[in-house]
Ligand binder design. Structure first.
Ligand SMILES: Cc1cc2nc3c(=O)[nH]c(=O)nc-3n(C[C@H](O)[C@H](O)[C@H](O)COP(=O)(O)O)c2cc1C
Length: 215
């Protein structure tokens, strides 16, 4: 394959600016402000984030997941508790989340510790999911090798039969939420000539300390 050089792919940013003085003292309030802006511009995709975890081989791994809740205590996503990421989080319960809101020319990076959410909360959220997604959670042995697509489709049929006639499909024990409790949150706003604004909140002795970093 020929080496592709992509010199033309560059975009200058200049939609907005960010200063230590203009941001909220509480990063969760700042997140809420930006998330609401992102919902307006990115709609149902505003909650798409990259979750990075540390592999057993010490190589970081990223994958997309969806943010399902945010509140003062942190950020929640849902997944399979036997998945690859879950095994990594079991061994090393720390992760980072990266949001890219392209139309806002913004990035948010969050890092912190990870814990499983209360099973009752996972139950409540599971009930809210569409039927197909609830069946899918039961059917998919996430991150395990499977022989072919038919295997998955047969699993779906088996699960449908298993719960036939039941009003409610219970949450599988191997599926639920994780809460990321932040210790650092960075807000990045694209600016002209790559001189972007980066405002970082660090949790020091229970208080958020705000700094500006060079881009
Ligand atoms: C748009 C999008 C949304 C996704 N949302 C989730 C999610 O909320 N939870 C999840 O477990 N996987 C989600 N995935 C799939 C993951 O990226 C990943 O393939 C899967 O979780 C297995 O990752 P692992 O093997 O590292 O555990 C999503 C993928 C995409 C592209």
């Amino acid at each position: 394959m020929a080496k592709e050089f992509l010199p033309g792919m560059r975009k200058d940013y200049g939609k907005d600016a960010l200063t230590v003085e203009s941001v909220h003292a509480d990063p969760m309030m700042q997140f809420e402000k930006w998330f609401k802006d992102a919902m307006k511009s990115d709609g149902d995709e505003a909650n798409v984030l990259t979750l990075s975890t540390l592999g057993e081989d010490q190589i970081p791994e990223g994958r997309i997941v969806l943010l399902k809740f945010y509140a003062e205590d942190g950020f929640t996503f849902y997944t399979n508790y036997s998945s690859h990421k879950a095994q990594q989080l079991e061994k090393h319960p720390y992760a980072s989340m990266t949001f890219h809101w392209r139309s806002q020319e913004r990035q948010v990076r969050i890092k912190g510790s990870i814990s499983k959410v209360d099973p009752i909360i996972s139950d409540e959220y599971f009930k809210e999911r569409p039927l197909g997604s609830r069946i899918g959670a039961w059917a998919s042995p996430q991150s395990q090798e499977i022989p072919n697509r038919e295997f998955l489709e047969e699993r779906v049929e088996e699960i449908k039969q298993k719960f036939e006639g039941q009003i409610e499909i219970p949450r599988p024990e191997f599926w639920g939420g994780y809460l990321l409790t932040p210790v650092q949150i960075e807000f990045w706003q694209g600016r002209p000539s790559r001189l972007h604004d980066r405002i970082i909140y660090d949790l020091v002795d229970g208080k958020w300390v705000i700094k500006r970093f060079a881009p």
